[in-house]
Design a binder for this molecule. Structure first.
Ligand SMILES: NC(=O)c1ccc[n+]([C@@H]2O[C@H](COP(=O)([O-])OP(=O)(O)OC[C@H]3O[C@@H](n4cnc5c(N)ncnc54)[C@H](OP(=O)(O)O)[C@@H]3O)[C@@H](O)[C@H]2O)c1
Length: 295
């Protein structure tokens, strides 16, 4: 179905020049998935999950060399789009390119995210707050935006054909405000609310919205957390469970389920009890406002 050649889209702008695409002969026969943050951790595990099942996967991340390595491991299945999800125009170009070549995606997974400790009293953390919100919340909006109209147009409810599934990777950290992680907790709470708005807005259109809240998953993001992480899952195990939730189009899922129970308890704890229990909780390191350097 695919020929063996690869194309690098030549264009005057640098973002488009970072696109690498397989040449498709019959894109209609393949499951089409878009994944942001596919260069590492959960996004990479999700990409591998779908690629091993024969899907065509459009990958978004800043580190194009890691996406290129994935495309080498899965020849003719990976579309490489080296971009920053904060750059709406770059995401729109990538989406248009992917849809022109492969068609409307079946699933778009907005997974790209960053996490860093933040404390409001430090001026340098203002920038960290900005970046975390821009990537984790607005990056999700910018990732979905170019696909919504196409998915709506693609759906044919009378013929029972769904338009597609928009998947947002939020976090259990969005259930309550975690001390030392104000930016991250706020971004994930915002993501959960945003995804709920979108789900209701798209009700009846054939486009489904799936919110996934991971607990602790073993990835570079959690590699140096200086505290115990209960019920931690390997990324590939988490990815398989996420794929199941996506296939079932479950509107809201916590993975692993044990963290769903913890999350439910956290949500109903009275503020005075929550404050007492979490006042001395260990914090994620701050990194002095630098969200790129791994903690
Ligand atoms: N690991 C956990 O325990 C856990 C728990 C709850 C929720 N989550 C969420 O799961 C998602 C994935 O996290 P992870 O644990 O897999 O972390 P990770 O290994 O650090 O991966 C983060 C991914 O996001 C991408 N990314 C970050 N900023 C980006 C930007 N501006 N533009 C494009 N891509 C960007 C990174 O790629 P580049 O650096 O190459 O751009 C990378 O591929 C995040 O949304 C995170 O908040 C994780």
């Amino acid at each position: 179905m695919l020929d063996q050649g690869y194309g690098i889209q030549e264009s005057g702008n640098s973002a488009a020049a970072a696109f690498s695409v397989p040449r498709l002969l019959n894109p209609e026969s393949f499951l089409r998935i878009v994944i942001s943050g596919a260069s590492s951790g959960i996004g990479l595990a999700l990409a591998r999950y779908y690629l091993t099942r024969g899907a065509l996967v459009a990958t978004f991340a800043r580190r194009g060399e890691l996406l290129a390595a994935l495309s080498t491991a899965f020849p003719n299945q990976v579309f490489v789009y080296a971009l920053d999800v904060r750059d709406a125009a770059a995401v729109q170009r990538a989406a248009a390119d992917f849809m022109a070549r492969a068609g409307c995606p079946d699933v778009v997974i907005a997974n790209a995210g960053v996490s860093v400790g933040t404390l409001t009293e430090f001026a340098e953390d203002c920038d960290a707050f900005q970046q975390v919100m821009d990537i984790n919340v607005l990056g999700m909006v910018k990732t979905f935006q170019p696909f919504v109209a196409a998915m709506r147009a693609n759906s044919s409810l009378t013929k029972g054909r769904p338009g597609g599934v928009l998947v947002g990777i939020a976090s259990v950290a969005g259930f309550r405000g975690l001390p030392g992680a104000g930016a991250y907790s706020a971004s994930k709470a915002a993501a959960i609310s945003y995804l709920e708005s979108l789900r209701v807005e798209l009700r009846g259109t054939g486009v489904r919205v799936v919110t996934i809240c991971p607990g602790y998953i073993r990835t570079p993001m959690t590699a140096h957390n200086p505290y115990h992480m209960p019920f931690m899952l390997d990324a590939d195990v988490a990815a398989a469970r996420m794929a199941r939730a996506i296939e079932r189009q479950t509107s809201f899922t916590v993975i692993p389920w044990q963290m769903g129970v913890v999350g439910r308890v956290l949500k109903v704890l009275p503020r005075c009890v929550y404050d007492y229990l979490f006042a001395k909780a260990p914090h994620k390191p701050r990194n002095n406002g630098d969200v790129r350097r791994k903690t």
